[in-house]
Structures are given as C-alpha cells and as structure tokens.
Design a protein around this ligand. Sequence first.
Ligand code: 13P
Length: 249
Amino acid sequence: MRSKIVAGNWKMNKNLAETEALLAELSAKLPDTSAEVMVAPTYINLTSAVRHLESSAIEVIAQNMHFAESGAYTGEISADMLLNVGINTAIIGHSERRAYFGETDEILAKKVTTALSKGIRVMFCFGEELADRKSDNHFKVVESQLKNALFALDASSWSKIVLAYEPVWAIGTGETASPEQAQEMHAFIRKTITEAYDASIANDVSILYGGSVKPANAEEIFSKPDVDGGLIGGASLVADDFVAIIKAI
Ligand code: 13P
C-alpha cells in the first residue's frame, strides 16, 4: 500500500556514541505522524540502533546489502545478517554506490531479487546525472534504470518496493529539483510502471524524492501529488532539521 515515508540516510557519518545521541534526540522529539519514519545508520551501528529504538516507531534500515547468500565477499553484508539483527528494509542502488563502488543495473537487479526472496523491503534509488538532464535524456535514463533493475520482477513483488528518485545533481549540492521537476518525474515514473505492469501497482508504490531536502523546501516538495515523502541525507544528521522535515509531511 502506498504510504508516506521520511527516511534519513546517514551515509558514512556518526560514530557509535553520536549515533546513540542522535537516536535519543530523535526519539524524544519525534512528532505524531502517520508517516513511516526510518533511519539508515552505518552498518557497524545497526545493531545498537535497533536496540536503541526497540520501543520507538522509527524503523532502522540498511544502506546496502550484498546479493549473495554468504561466502567469500570480504567486507560485505548479507540479507540474512540484516534480518538477524532486526533489519527488514535495505536501500539498494544509491547513486553513491553506483558511482564509487561500480554497482551496475545488473548487480542491483541481483540485490533486489535476493532482498525480496528473503522478505526484505527494498528502497530502490535511481536518478539521472546533470549531463543527462542538460541533454534532455533524464526520462530515458530513469526509465532504463527502472527497467533494468526492476521490471523483470513479478507483480506481487511490488508490495515490498519503495522507490526513491534522487537526481544525482541534487545530492549533497544544496541544489534541489524544483517541486515541479520532482512531480513531473514522479508522474513519469508512475506512467512507466503502469505501462510495464498496471495502474494499480503504479498507484500503490511509494515514490520518495531525495536530493537536498531541507526544512525550508520539504513542505512544498511533499505537497506534490506523486511525491510520497523523502530520502534525506545531510538534513537527517541534525535532529531538529529531520524532525522539521517529518512535520512537513
Ligand atoms: P542530501 O539530502 O544530502 O542531498 O542527500 C540525499 C541522499 O543522497 C539521500 O540518500
């Protein structure tokens, strides 16, 4: 079912003590909301975060996972390891994983398949680079990212998928897609899913926007009909800012 979601991707920030302090502050300040609130601390602090938020409405999610069950993959984390510490959702396909760690559509398709087969909910990230938008290729790029990683899935898998459209040029740059640009792309994403599957799947999937969402612009972005929330980087590291963004939804 389509739901409102605000998720904080902490990336490679916050050590253990800082993680616990931020979680404590967030828990104390969490506003009453019907939206799902999630945070993705770094791997090494997931276990502690889950324990810390045991009686909280905030869900702890992973920033990544490997596609293999287990084995000789030095430095990687499996789906079962996540489940074992109480993580049920994983971000897959973040543009930083694509850009710095060589994650291709093919690798991402495998990760999605593994996650879903294990019952892990997937927050799938995608989005065009600045050059794609400048050359008016952004719709084509987004369509192919979706198609290559997701469109081989059967229809029933889509209930475990959340999409996060994150234009690369808006990530960590302070430059945000305008609410109109976000709405235009989100509507295009629903149209693409309708063509590949059907309208009910397209209407039921939550599509988040990510890229320099801040307290000052969140409300306007979230007010667009096809924007179901946000995946927040920098602003999720400051409790008051993240809380303000949650309030905006
Ligand atoms: P910023 O909010 O820092 O631009 O990061 C967005 C993002 O990459 C979330 O995954």
